[in-house]
Design a protein around this ligand. Structure first.
Ligand code: NAD
Length: 325
């Protein structure tokens, strides 16, 4: 089967591409390498990589040609990036997504699996967060991901193409590189390995739902296989872990003392976040398989094998504890 992965050189996209190739698919990736990396992707005879922007109609048409399934992951990712550049976020996540959806339906693809985010919920009124919870985006990123979901739904109704939007919570795992605008786990890992103190925003008792990338990849593949996988679905572990617990767990796994300091609350932060994952179970049999401790152990082993970064870290404390990305 031929499939297209937008954002396939990124963290989640490259893990998905590897699994698709392993399962025998022929894969075309479109990526502008703004945050993605060529070395995330293995050389493979069934892999074609197009360096291009999802806002570019011709590049997207070329990338989607002949694909039965389109996995749409390319995005301006994260709350902080969108707060810094809301126009760029909207252009990529809204206009770019529309180009991908239109190209997929023109090419008569059977299905689009789009990567959405738990950020669409904003501050939850009830826990765990189910898909029918109120949607209260608090950042431009959350709003553009929600716009993407509405675009996808509208196009599905107009054209009959199947669309599933998967709302990932906090994804971590191999090929997730350190990025100050990115996920908290690589940031904590690098701080700990450099014996730098870690900024804890607020009291550290805020909870997040951490999900290993292997489970996210499995959810994408399961959603392809089930015609009941249409609409929006949480993809998460279903377990809330506080930032203090996460720091303790990572410190114990790395077997080193960790020093922390308190920083004020961050704009756009929510207090508690963990998901109800029953809808994805009912529609396509999704269940997370990687416990946090095992996933972190594997991630830290991968992270430590990377070449050490040049120099010491800049003290960019205000960007240290991102929320959902
Ligand atoms: N990592 C998480 O915790 C998380 C949580 C919720 C949702 N998501 C969503 O999952 C998807 C993948 O995220 P990720 O964590 O792998 O991030 P990532 O930054 O590693 O991947 C995004 C990829 O898209 C590419 N890209 C960005 N703008 C592009 C453009 N205009 N044209 C073509 N390619 C472009 C980047 O180069 C990168 O390879 C995104 O849609 C993101 O919003 C991620």
């Amino acid at each position: 089967m031929h499939v297209t992965v937008t954002g396939g050189a990124g963290f989640i996209g490259s893990n998905l591409v590897r699994e698709l190739l392993r399962e025998g698919a022929s894969v075309t990736v479109i990526d502008d390498f703004s945050t993605g990396r060529a070395d995330n992707l293995p050389p493979h005879p069934e892999l074609t990589v197009i360096e291009g922007d999802i806002r570019d109609e011709d590049a997207v048409r070329r990338a989607v040609r002949g694909a039965r399934i389109v996995f749409h992951l390319a995005a301006s990712v994260g709350n902080q990036r969108a707060i810094d550049d809301p126009i760029g976020d909207s252009e990529i996540n809204i206009i770019g997504t529309m180009r991908v959806l239109l190209a997929a339906s023109e090419q008569r693809a059977r299905k689009v699996i789009a990567s959405s985010s738990a950020a669409v919920y904003g501050e939850a009124r009830a826990l765990p967060i189910a898909e029918k919870a109120a949607l209260m985006p608090r950042t431009p990123y959350a709003a553009s991901k929600l716009a993407m979901e509405f675009q996808a739904d509208a196009l599905a109704q107009l054209t009959g193409i199947e669309v599933a939007c998967l709302r990932y919570f906090n994804v971590y795992g191999q090929h997730q590189h350190f990025d100050l605008d990115g996920n908290v786990i690589p940031i904590f890992a690098r701080r700990m390995l450099e014996d730098e103190p870690i900024a804890i925003y607020g009291d550290g008792e805020q909870t997040r739902d951490f999900i290993h990338v292997d489970d996210v990849v499995a959810a994408n593949l399961a959603a392809v296989r089930s015609s009941r996988a249409q609409g929006v679905f949480n993809v998460a572990s279903g377990v809330g872990v506080s930032i203090n617990e996460l720091v303790g767990l990572m410190g114990a796994l790395l077997q080193r003392p960790v020093s922390t300091y308190q920083a004020g609350p961050r704009r756009g932060d929510v207090r508690h976040s963990y998901a109800d994952i029953n809808a994805a179970w009912r529609a396509f049999g999704y269940r997370p398989r990687v416990p946090l401790k095992d996933g972190l152990q594997r991630y830290l082993a991968w992270f430590q094998d990377l070449a050490p970064p040049p120099g010491r870290l800049a003290p960019l404390a205000h960007k240290e504890e991102p929320l959902h990305v």
